[in-house]
Design a protein around this ligand. Structure first.
Ligand SMILES: *[C@@H]1O[C@H](CO)[C@@H](O)[C@H](O)[C@H]1NC(C)=O
Ligand SMILES: *[C@@H]1O[C@H](CO)[C@@H](O)[C@H](O)[C@H]1NC(C)=O
Ligand SMILES: *[C@@H]1O[C@H](CO)[C@@H](O)[C@H](O)[C@H]1NC(C)=O
Ligand SMILES: *[C@@H]1O[C@H](CO)[C@@H](O)[C@H](O)[C@H]1NC(C)=O
Ligand SMILES: *[C@@H]1O[C@H](CO)[C@@H](O)[C@H](O)[C@H]1NC(C)=O
Length: 408
């Protein structure tokens, strides 16, 4: 009898817990894929720059690369259009349609093509009166636009927030989620709402109910300063942000810029490691037609992806930030007492820095100690009791990324 009551209570708790987040079955682990914006922007000049302009050719070529070069098999299965795909006006019925010069076959055909490669297609709308690039906004057409994209076979919607009142977002984004739900097509919903509402001044429980992922902070740019600015913001606000993340609903620190112009090899490894620690969606924005083998090896690293996609879905936290300028970030994983730990070197003094610590000082507590293994190199540091000194040598602007497994 007592047992039955307890079981019922647990079942009810589970039910309540589940119904508090968006129930479209999507994004149970951080979504992965490719997104046009950071690398290709709003380049609509298909006359002088046909190879790089926002057009169906670009998306078909990237879909080919995702499918044929191993990216899809590694988990990168979404390809997402950003701004500047639309015609400047809606049609006579108020429907959105793609620019006919640059997308002569239309979005439905592009979706068919992408699906034929085993990939999913994402698209971009804006909640306000116009997109950031000045194309038609959705505020007066939310239901119609939800039906349009569902009819095309779209699998992901990134909804931006330019030219909108922030106060309208708390009803508008939920309305859009409801309209998409009513179409019957599961569409992963990426919301820019908190990024426009000051990042932390939003109701995160409402976000979890209506969005699968959300941008909280500034757009990423092609620089190490931009990457570290984002990391700092996530660390500084982690008490609000980390509890909001979990299976089906994720904070989005924006695209991976690994393979672009600015990051060094070590900085690239650091971005990838930190995005895994943060349980961030992994959307690359780079040119997959010419990416280096080095960048590819970082983005395809199986161990890092495994950490990112861990089923516990917990966003990691910065547990130490002090005068050494080596930050310690920890993400607990599903397997009991197993952790991914990133030591992020923010120093710029030009030489590798030996960082020495004990696992006990980080409050890890396995009485048998831990096996420590480097994520990128598979190097075994060995077995460490809680009071044993562990030294990691970290290059400037770099990360040492390790796994801690409780020792038998
Ligand atoms: C719509 O919402 C209901 C209730 O949350 C859910 O069961 C259903 O799977 C959703 N459908 C789609 C297509 O997202
Ligand atoms: C389509 O895009 C081109 C630029 O590539 C632009 O010149 C043209 O005006 C656009 N057409 C419409 C209908 O928006
Ligand atoms: C924001 O709200 C004000 C006041 O209601 C309105 O005048 C303005 O047009 C709105 N702006 C946008 C971009 O919707
Ligand atoms: C860092 O540690 C390594 C290995 O113990 C050692 O060879 C190296 O000299 C140390 N570097 C500095 C700057 O102390
Ligand atoms: C470890 O726990 C102690 C006591 O709760 C706390 O003061 C300290 O900040 C913790 N250290 C870390 C690295 O979390």
């Amino acid at each position: 009898m007592w047992k039955a009551v307890v079981t019922a209570a647990v079942a009810l708790a589970l039910l309540l817990c589940q119904s508090s987040s968006l129930d479209n079955g999507l994004a149970r682990t951080p979504p992965m894929g490719w997104l046009a914006w950071e690398r290709f922007r709003c380049n609509v000049d298909c006359v002088d720059d046909p190879y790089n302009c926002i057009s169906e050719h670009l998306f078909m070529q990237m879909a080919d690369r995702l499918a044929e070069d191993g990216w899809k098999d590694a988990g990168y299965d979404h390809i997402t259009i950003d701004d500047c795909w639309m015609s400047m006006e809606r049609d006579d019925q108020g429907n959105l349609y793609a620019n006919k010069t640059r997308f002569p076959n239309g979005i439905k055909k592009l979706a068919d093509y992408v699906h034929s490669k085993g990939l999913k297609l994402g698209i971009y709308l804006d909640f306000g009166t116009h997109t950031c690039g000045g194309y038609p906004g959705s505020i007066k057409y939310l239901q119609q636009d939800a039906e349009t994209i569902a009819g095309w076979g779209i699998d992901l919607l990134k909804m931006d927030g330019c030219y909108a009142n922030v106060s309208d977002m708390s009803w508008g984004y939920p309305d859009m989620e409801q309209y998409m739900n009513k179409t019957g097509r599961p569409i992963l919903f990426s919301c820019s709402w908190p990024a426009y509402a000051g990042g932390i001044k939003v109701d995160y429980s409402s976000l979890e109910k209506h969005c699968n992922m959300w941008r909280n902070y500034d757009d990423i740019q092609d620089s190490w300063d931009s990457v570290t600015g984002i990391i700092d913001w996530y660390g500084d606000n982690q008490n609000i942000l980390a509890p909001a993340a979990g299976p089906g609903h994720w904070n989005d620190p924006d695209m991976l810029i690994v393979g672009d112009y600015s990051l060094s090899y070590e900085e690239s490894k650091a971005q990838m490691a930190m995005w895994a620690i943060l349980a961030a969606p992994l959307f690359m924005s780079n040119d997959l037609r010419s990416i280096s083998a080095e960048a590819r090896s970082i983005l395809m690293n199986k161990e890092v992806i495994r950490i990112s996609q861990d089923s516990l879905g917990m966003q990691g936290r910065r547990i130490i930030k002090d005068k050494t300028m080596v930050e310690t970030w920890v993400k607990p994983l599903m397997s009991p007492d197993t952790h991914a730990v990133a030591f992020l070197n923010r120093r710029a003094d030009g030489m590798p820095y030996n960082h020495t610590l004990t696992l006990g000082s980080l409050n890890f507590s396995s009485s048998t100690g831990y096996e420590v293994v480097d994520v990128y190199t598979s190097r075994r540091y060995g077995h460490f009791n809680l009071d044993a000194k562990l030294t990691v040598s970290i290059d400037p602007h770099a990360v040492v990324f390790v796994m801690l497994y409780p020792a038998k």
